[in-house]
Unconditional design. Structure first.
Length: 184
């Protein structure tokens, strides 16, 4: 390949990456507002925001729709922020996850399980104590690194909305539980 064609391909890839990331960032902005709205009791506004995120089309390059990716990121960030802020032998971050996990619907449970089990699967990036690792493997041991939520190229807006709604509800439940734990 000629040098100038290689540079053109790299530029094209950077532009596609920027476009995909901008879509996910936009969806995350909508869903952060949806989480706040739902937590404040404004479910109508939350639904409108979820609908807007669900309408964003599937991104074949990223192998997912921006709305579902963004909703997954909300859960990931909630859990990892608490995990990373905890002391090595402080398992309260995990206690909260385990309490909330059992009350979630299927999509929320799958996403939370994948995030938490990912701490064990990606042990080069996360340092979990032996006790945490045992508990995680007992509860989430079969969870894949990335949850299979049904976000596929031919998903309908309604299907994406249901997945996103589930993940937004999981984020609200986790946020509330972490806040309650902080008060005790």
């Amino acid at each position: 390949m000629r040098e100038e064609l290689g540079e053109l391909a790299r530029d094209s890839g950077r532009m596609l990456n920027a476009h995909s990331h901008a879509q996910i960032d936009g969806a995350e902005n909508l869903l952060t507002k949806a989480v706040r709205s739902l937590a404040a009791g404004d479910s109508e506004r939350a639904e409108r925001l979820i609908q807007r995120a669900a309408q964003m089309p599937y991104d074949a390059r990223e192998e997912g729709s921006p709305g579902v990716r963004a909703a997954s990121l909300l859960i990931y960030r909630l859990i990892t922020d608490k995990f990373e802020a905890s002391e090595y032998d402080d398992t309260r971050w995990l206690d909260v996850v385990l309490k909330v996990h059992s009350r979630l619907d299927a999509s929320g449970r799958a996403e939370v399980a994948s995030v938490v089990h990912g701490f064990v699967l990606q042990d080069a990036f996360f340092t979990v104590s032996a006790a945490e690792k045992r508990r995680i493997q007992q509860v989430f041991g079969g969870a894949p690194l990335e949850a299979e939520l049904g976000d596929v190229p031919d998903s309908t807006v309604q299907q994406r909305r249901e997945i996103i709604r589930s993940l937004v509800r999981a984020a609200v439940a986790l946020g509330a539980a972490y806040a309650a734990d902080a008060e005790t």
